[in-house]
Every structure is written in structure tokens, then in C-alpha cells.
Design a protein around this ligand. Sequence first.
Ligand SMILES: Cc1cc2nc3c(=O)[nH]c(=O)nc-3n(C[C@H](O)[C@H](O)[C@H](O)COP(=O)(O)O)c2cc1C
Ligand code: SF4
Length: 749
Amino acid sequence: MAPPNVLSLPEELLLIWHSHRLELLLSAGVLVACVRLAIHWRQTRRKAVLTPPLGTPMDEKVPIVTKNDLLEADHYTPVDFTTPIPRTVAKPGPKRVTGVRKTRATPRLPREDVNVSDITIQPLIFYFSLGGTTKGYAEQLLHLPSPHPSILPPILHDLTELDYDDFFISPPLPPTPNTLYFYTLLIPSYDISTDLDNFLDHLKETHHDFRIDTAPLSGLAGYAVFGFGDREGWPDEKEGFGKDAVAVDRWMARLTGGKRAFPLGVGDVSGDGDGEERLGEWREGVSGILKDLVEGRGLGEGVAGSGEALESGDEDDEGGEDIAGSAATRAKAGSRSRTGDLEDIKPSVPVDFTTTAVAKIKEMVPVNSPTYTSLTKQGYTIVGSHSGVKLCRWTKSALRGRGSCYKFSFYGIASHRCMEATPSLSCSNKCVFCWRHGTNPVSTTWRWKVDDPREIFDGMKEGHYRKIKMLRGVPGVRAERFREGMEVRHCALSLVGEPIFYPRINELLAMLHAERISTFLVCNAQHPDHLAALNHVTQLYVSIDASNAESLKRIDRPLHRDYWERFLRCMDILRAKRFEQRTVFRLTLVKGFNIEEEVDGYAALVERARPSFVEVKGVTYCGTATGKGAGLSMGNVPFYEEITEFVLGLEKALLRRGLDYGIGAEHKHSCCVLLADRGRYFQAGEDGVGRWHTLIDYPAFFECLESGKPFGPEDYIGGPTPEWAAWGNGGFDPRDERVDRKGRPKIES
Ligand SMILES: Cc1cc2nc3c(=O)[nH]c(=O)nc-3n(C[C@H](O)[C@H](O)[C@H](O)COP(=O)(O)O)c2cc1C
Ligand code: SF4
């Protein structure tokens, strides 16, 4: 048999192909799919390798492995997550870019496993010194006795001898789990190149390093910076006074995630500078905070944005939610504070000021009422059942050296030492421009339980100081002003509501005066009997929102039917009181409501009451429902030129009536001008030159009061009104800095 012809093989293959091509194609497809699946599976397995690569350098961090990664891995064995991962120690030398995000080395406060009462604080003092001054002060701090047994003796570090990575990428490993570090930095300023520049660069680089947490030093208990500078060579901050301390403070705010425990202090070490004094105050403040920390009170109550290095521009929050009224306050809205916990207190003498009988005495603002929630949301601290306190925007601004309210320019009120409060959140008007957003109770009579004045006074102070304390981490707060702010010297009884509505107002005033706190009380001219019964205050205000009955009704929307008669009676009472107290008309001008063609009407009211002063102020529009409901818009806010035009018109109208009032001062940036009685407040000095004396001599006021003898406004007139507040000079204290909403210096056009 002939061997098979090799040439016939392709034909056979062709035949096989024709008869089995479907099966062949299917088998090939299955084979390809299997191979691809196998490759894919192998790649997935490789990604789940959990052991760090061998030879990982000690200064590199292990890749972050989450618990989920472990659970998904096929060879997972449970890991004890409570055991702390040993911290790696940073090494000197250039940073190595690994592309791996570095993790925080020490846990944050509060740690679940550590009881607050067991915490000890280890203060570290870092300093830089070329000439030895800062070193000297740093050594002084080192030898001061500890303010508390749980605060360990400080450890001193010269920044030039440190490896920054050991302290400024993450805090060092604490000696015990209960120990937290507190950084104190003493920094001189130099406008020449020094090692300090390297330190600043390091802080900056750490902040910008994408591999490092944005707040790698947040494990610290807190930090505080004090700077030394020389005002003779560098007179103010703009010229570079204390500039390096300012920079360190800002970077530390970022790196610690806002753990500035005390405002930046800067002392002047020139000839007769205030360096030691400022340092002493600052040191006391920091000691107080350290004690707060070990006693479990923390760094205040976690102000939103506290320590934020970027300026928050919170200057414009009048009527809105302020810093103090943010997260912390909201969190508290549902749970009454100690000061607010006064439901059980019975009025010692239930005074009935009402015209109708009251069956059951209720609380004005019960803790679970919508009014309570709404007011606390707006930043008010409700004290007891009918009083309130709120940090005013000018108090915050003055603490940061960004300007005080017009009462500083006109009367010498230190805004950072001023407490704005009211003992009655209720009012008998519903003014279209009211800030209270239409939420507080209104009534013609007092029909609620009456809280004890001592409880109110203590509660107001407590609420006020708590809010001041919350500001200590806010950028720019000046250490000396912060310290002064913790001792209130003035009380503006004008917040919302009607203070003289509170039946025991005179007792409350006596308590304020006993602590030498001056009182500016504003009433709405609707309660003549209460006004007549009111004791001496430092300055008595009446709101004059219109010059005639129709206009008053439209703007104040009074609840009393006989509102105009009440108003006029108050004018007469004010006239009678003018020899005992400084009396003030406060005009709030609202375009389209109470300006046009009313000048003469206002002049007639001035003639009737003869107040010491007439304050003319443009309305502040706060976009409330009340305002909108009354047809109020930004268009109703007068320009400063319109205010001055009105004031000049009023001055003339008064002169026509033989009343000599002149412009005593202005405060342009709050749109306010002061007319003063020339006969009483314009005096010739020793040089024979006549000047306005609108300021108040506060010590003299208290001396008069304490003497028990009758006295009048002339007995406590202060020194001349500052030149910068005089008409035409704007009224902004040149020692402060004007800033825009973003915190940038404002340039006057
Ligand atoms: C060359 C030089 C530059 C200075 N530059 C500033 C400056 O820009 N701003 C400032 O407030 N003080 C400046 N000062 C003042 C120092 O900050 C101040 O004397 C400080 O106390 C020095 O601290 P030390 O002796 O610990 O180095 C400067 C001093 C010198 C000698
Ligand atoms: S007087 Fe009024 S505006 Fe001025 S600081 Fe005091 S509360 Fe604020």
C-alpha cells in the first residue's frame, strides 16, 4: 500500500474544519476567556498584599491599611486595634517624597482611654535668640512655679539646636499616655536674614507638604506665641513690629488645626518699652489656660474657626449668627446652661406691673420654646427666664484692634470691656428695623415670673466671659485687650427688648454700679411710670424713632393704643431728669420712614426734653422677616452724606428755636454723628481754646454715686473729645487698624 500522500493532508484538515468548525471556534473562545480570567485574578491578589515592603526606611510611613482592607483579605487574622502603633521617629535630612500620606503620630484630645482628670501637661518652651534678650526671658519662664500639680515643669528648647522634624512635623512621643504637650514659643523679630527664617520655612513647608496631614500638630494640648520687638525701630505692625511672632503664630494655628490657646502677645523691648509688663500678663493668661486644660475645661468651647490662620472677616455679623453663637451655642440650645437653669427660682417679691390680673405666672422665654431656640441660634445667651446677653460685634472688633464702636469715640466706652445685655427680652414695640428677627416676646405689660437680679447679674457676666474666652484663639486678638476684656467695665442695657420693663431693674443697676460697671440704658419711651421710677444710670437713652404720631406708629408699630401720649410723657420725664443724668436722644434714621420733612418735628422734641446729646445714626439693615414684612430693604439705609445733611439741618432747626447744639463728634464708619448741648459740653481749656468734652469721667461718676449726695451730669464730664473723633476727622482711632471683610487693611477713598 502506497504511503499516504503528504499533499492530501491539508485537504483532510480542510474537511475536518468544514465538519467541526463550530466546536473548534467555541473551544478557542473558552480557552481565551480562561486565560484572561486567570491573569486578572492574579493581578487582584497582588494588590492585597498587606505586609510593608521589605527594607522600608524608618523615616517613611507604612502605607495606610484600613480595617476594611484587612477584612477583605483572604488571610485575615484579627488585629488588636487598641494597641498603639509604635511611632516612627523623624530623622534629619531632606524630606523624601514617597507619595504616601503621612499619618498623625499622636492621638487627638480627648482620647477615649484617658480620663480628663488624669491628664498631665508638659509645657515646652521654644525660643530663638540672637542678642540674648529672648533667651533671658525664656529662662525666667522656666523657673516659675507650676500653677497646678498636673502641669509638669517646662522644658526649654533653643530653636537653633533643634531638629525641627522632631517637634514640628508631629509632637514627640509623650512619656506617658496621659501626657499632652503644650508648646510655648518666644520669638523675636528680625528684618535681616537669620535662622528664624529656616524655622518659618519649615513650618510653611510642613503645612504645604501634601504627604503630611493638614494639621499634624493637632495632638498638642494647645500652643501660645509671644513675640519681642522694638517699637523705636519698628513702630507698629505695618512697619514690622513683632512680625516674625505674628508669622509663627499663624503657621502654628494652621499646623495645630486651630489650637491657639491664648492670643498672640507682643512686647516692646526698646528703652521704656512694655515688654516685661506684656509678657507678665500673657504668662498669667497662659497659666490660666493650662489650669483650664488640666481641670477638664478645654480650650474654651471650640469656636468655629478658632485659630484659623486665614482671616474670617466676621466684622459684618451684626444681627446675624456670631462666632460665639455658632456650633457650640447651637449644641447647647437644647440644654440649658448653669446660668440658664433658673426655672425653680421663685421671684422673692412677685411684683405685678400689669394692668390685668394674671392667673398663673409663666416664664417669658421657657427653655423648650421656639423663642429660646431662635434667640440662642442668633447668638444670644438666655439668662434665667427673661434676660439675655450677647457679644457685640464691636467687642470682638476691639479685641482684635480693628476699631471700637462709636461710643468709644464719643464717650470713651472701651468696647472690648463692654457687656451688652438686657434683663427683659420682651418689648412693647415691633420696630421695623429690630435685629431680633421678630422672635422675642411682645407685650404691653409684665406678665411673667420675675428672676432675682443677683442671678441675672451673675448669669450675664458668666455668659459674657464665656464668649470672650471663646475668642482667645481668633487671629489678631490682642493679648492685653483680651485680659482687659475679662473684666467688664461697661454695660449697655440695650440689646433687645425693654430693660426698664424688668420690675427689679433698680436692684440690677445697683449691682452693676457696686462693681464699678458703668450703665448705658436705652428705653423705648413707652413706659413713663417705669422711667420715672428709674434710679441713676451713667447715661440714659430714649429711642426717638419718629417725630410725630403717624410716623412713630408706622416705624415702631407700638402695641399700646396711647403710644403717643406715653411717648410725650417720657419726653417730660427726661426733661426733669436732665439735671441728674446725662440724657440722650437716639435717632435711627430709615430712608422713606422717618427722615424726610421731619427735621422740625425732631427739633420740637429736643426743645421739649432738652437732652444732653442727640445721636443720629443710619439704620443697619439686617434683612429680617420683620423688616421685609414692613417693606424695608437696602434702599432704606441712608448714606453717610444723607445723615450729615440731616444733622446739619437739625442743628439749624435747633438754632432757630434758640437751642445751641453743635456737632461734638462723628463716627463715620458706623454712620453716626453726635449733636451735643454746647452750653454744657463745650468748654475752654487752660489754653483758652474751646473744645468739646463729650467723654465721661467714669471714676468721678462712681465717686458721686458712692457719696450718696445729689449730683448732676456736670460732675462727671471727662476730658476733651479726641481730635480724631472731631467733626470732619472721621472718628476712627488711629491706634486701631481698619480692615475689610477679608481682614485686609482698608484704604480710605
Ligand atoms: C538687626 C535687627 C533687626 C531687627 N528687626 C526687627 C523687626 O523687623 N521688627 C521688630 O519688631 N524688631 C526688630 N528688631 C528688634 C529685636 O526683635 C529685639 O531687639 C529683640 O528683643 C531681639 O531679641 P534677641 O536679643 O533675643 O535676639 C531687630 C533688631 C535687630 C538688631
Ligand atoms: S456700647 Fe453697644 S455697640 Fe458699643 S461695645 Fe458696647 S454693646 Fe457694643
